[in-house]
Design a protein around this ligand. Structure first.
Ligand SMILES: O=P(O)(O)OC[C@@H](O)[C@@H](O)c1c[nH]c2ccccc12
Length: 262
């Protein structure tokens, strides 16, 4: 079986090339420049300050699950996530595999959402960083498994130039070198993006291998408040929860129940 991450990244390269053809980078940069003085809410600080640490995700579908919640509207869900105690939001913007769009972040902002928002995509090119800033994101995900360490370092610096923070996603010990880049937040993905095998124990195994001072985020497969409590005890500051909320008919209300039980 072809590794799904490889397939996603190959397609992403084509998508970005087509976008650049339609609107060259310098045009996008000209659009973002007037915005660069506007303050961006800090996701790392929000996680440190939050009592819940929950990063509530808006994800309508995924390659591992297919459609999770096709009808969900970000205009409805994002304000409820904020109201019900999320520390930050994560919004999928990849369309083909995850049913997302950049516009979903813009729509959340238009509904008045003030929380930090993570631009959740497979970022391989600075073009996407500018897109992230333009739609109202506060932070971007960079995935160690799809970037060389040099490319990752360069994207991290460019994200900072745009006022964006970086959540650097690692999965296993082969990725740990990337933590030396000192991202704003270190994520441990419990899901192997090549095989989709998801196991929260991965976060427990990796916790002690991350730099002590790093803001630590556990990602994927978090299904219960009890798991969050155990992850917090293991040193995590943030907990990225998608499917568990999105598979409910009312994800915002599901978050409230989840947080009440923390
Ligand atoms: O739906 P879950 O199992 O709660 O997982 C959320 C989030 O961690 C997951 O969506 C994710 C983690 N890293 C990614 C990279 C790309 C796309 C999606 C992801």
């Amino acid at each position: 079986m072809k590794d799904i991450l490889e397939e996603i990244v190959a397609r992403k390269r084509q998508e970005v090339a087509a976008l650049k053809q339609a609107t060259p980078l310098h045009e996008l940069v000209a659009r973002v420049e007037p915005m660069l003085d506007e303050p961006v809410p800090s996701m790392s600080q929000a996680l440190k300050a939050s009592t819940t640490g929950i990063i509530a995700e808006f994800k309508r579908k995924s390659p591992s699950r297919g459609w999770i919640h096709a009808q969900a509207r970000v205009q409805d869900v994002a304000p409820l996530y904020e109201q019900h105690g999320a520390a930050a939001l994560s919004i999928l913007t990849d369309e083909h595999y995850f049913g997302g769009r950049d516009e979903y972040i813009a729509l959340a902002r238009r509904q008045g959402v003030k929380l930090p928002i993570l631009y959740k995509n497979f970022v391989i090119d600075e073009y996407q960083l500018v897109q992230a800033r333009l739609c109202g994101a506060s932070a971007v995900l960079l995935i160690a498994a799809c970037l060389s360490i040099d490319t990752c370092a360069s994207l991290l610096a460019k994200a900072h130039d745009l006022g964006l923070e970086v959540l650097l996603e690692m999965h296993d010990e082969r990725d740990l070198d990337y933590a030396a880049l000192e991202p704003d937040m270190c994520g441990i993905n419990n899901r192997n993006l090549g095989t989709f095998v998801t196991d929260v124990h991965n976060s427990f195994a990796m916790a002690a291998r991350l730099p002590a001072q790093a803001v630590k985020v556990s990602e994927s497969g978090i299904g219960s408040p009890a798991t969050v409590r155990r992850l917090r005890a293991a040193g995590y500051d943030g907990f990225l929860v998608g499917e568990q909320l999105m598979k409910q008919s009312n994800p915002g209300q599901a978050l409230q129940q989840f947080i009440d039980a923390l």
